[in-house]
Ligand binder design. Structure first.
Ligand code: C5P
Length: 390
């Protein structure tokens, strides 16, 4: 998926098409743009031409003479068509078979996936006619990126704001990546733990680790994109909560995480333990702040439950996937854990990749087979991990 045909319609969010185009170019896409006549009142074709480095097409009849019919050649050229912003009007036109300008004609003429990134006034967004049109289009190769909530250009507060440009790109990329999973995660119940745990010393201090939760969140997002019902049990992170999860459960300590996992384990199909669970916690929690005194302070630690080990003992139909972040003898340690914890897979990585955007991993399967995946963005790696497990 490299060629994106972007359709810009005349909602006030049309100006965001500039940032969207620039983000796509930075990610290596070739972008061609069609604007509706109304969109040109909000943002000039020149802006989008400069950013896309391609001529922008508006009018069906004033284009330079071509040997090919323009709307058909654009429809063929694209790998995917994205309408951003998509107004009430364009959705209504396509749902009702109207093709009266360049953009609607190209949408009608393409058999490639078409994504509508919706943006409009909240009342229009809640109009049941829009809903009916969307439902009708969803039966075909049309996909919708729902609007977000917030303060709208008309000063109304509600649903109707264009989803963040980065998230629109994520939705589209994950659609294509999810295709590679061939529906194998569809409706599967997936339980994922992620992030660090915090083991309280007193109301102010705690013991923790450097886990960012990025790998777990990427796995959750990929599973959601592939149609799974995902429960994400997360320690404290600075990450944005993935969209469309079945549940998001926020915990602090390992014992809390244990309880949340235990109550869901029986009914899940796949359990991915990607959190960096603290192995020890302070033996005694001080309900009041520990004051500093002369000399050293000693804190005794006691063992936390090993969540994955316990679930490994209870495993019946579930697929169990563990992670092993190590500083040394990475694969030997991972192999040992795979056996000890009765896992189906273990993903071994160097602890240096904690908190990084990229990761290099080995996926080791019960019985010995091993796959190495060289440095990749965690968001992409998540799909490789899923592909392998399935
Ligand atoms: O034994 P180690 O902690 O290195 O094993 C790593 C795997 O075990 C990870 O999947 C991690 O989430 C899980 N784990 C756990 N409970 C612990 C410690 C680790 O579930 N107390």
């Amino acid at each position: 998926m490299k060629k994106i045909l972007l359709g810009v319609t005349g909602g006030i969010a049309a100006y965001k098409a500039a940032n969207f185009t620039s983000l796509l170019k930075k990610r290596g896409y070739e972008v061609k743009i069609i604007m509706t006549e109304n969109a040109t009142k909000i943002i000039t074709p020149l802006t989008l031409e400069t950013l896309s480095k391609n001529p922008v097409c508006v009018d069906m009849w004033h284009e330079k003479a071509h040997y090919e019919v323009e709307h058909i050649s654009l429809a063929h050229w694209a790998d995917v068509v994205v309408i951003l912003p998509a107004t009430y009007n364009i959705v209504g036109k396509i749902a009702n078979g109207i093709a009266d300008d360049m953009l609607s004609t190209v949408i009608a003429a393409t058999n490639k996936p078409v994504f509508f990134a919706l943006a409009m006034n909240v009342q229009m967004y809640e109009n049941p006619i829009l809903y009916e049109n969307i439902e009708k289009l969803k039966k075909y190769h049309y996909h919708f990126i729902e609007a977000a909530e917030g303060m709208l250009a008309c000063q109304d507060v509600g649903k109707g704001k264009l989803e963040k440009e980065e998230d629109v790109i994520w939705e589209i990329e994950s659609y294509f990546l999810a295709q590679t999973l061939e529906g194998k995660l569809k409706n599967k119940k997936v339980l994922i733990t992620g992030g660090p745990t915090e083991e309280a010393i007193d109301p102010i201090r705690y013991l923790s680790n450097r886990s960012s939760g990025k790998m777990a969140y990427a796995l959750a997002k990929a599973a959601v994109a592939a149609g799974a019902k995902v429960s994400l049990i997360s320690g404290p992170t600075h990450l944005e909560k993935p969209r469309r999860l079945q549940e998001f459960v926020s915990i602090r300590g390992a014992r809390e995480m244990y309880q949340e996992v235990e109550s869901r384990f029986e009914t899940c199909d796949i359990f991915v333990s990607c959190s960096a669970v603290a192995d020890y916690r302070p033996k005694e929690y001080s309900p009041i702040k520990i004051k500093k005194k002369e000399g050293d302070l000693r804190i005794d630690l006691e063992r936390n439950p090993d969540i994955l080990l316990e679930m490994g003992k209870r495993k019946s139909h579930q697929i169990l996937v563990g992670f092993a972040a190590e500083t040394n003898d990475i694969e030997e340690n991972a192999q040992r854990k795979l056996e000890k914890k009765n896992l189906d897979y273990i993903v071994a990585n160097d602890s240096k990749t904690m908190n990084q955007e990229v990761n290099t991993v080995s996926i080791i399967k019960k019985g010995g087979s091993k796959l190495e995946i060289q440095e990749k963005a965690k968001e992409e790696l998540a799909y490789d991990i899923w592909k392998n497990i399935l």
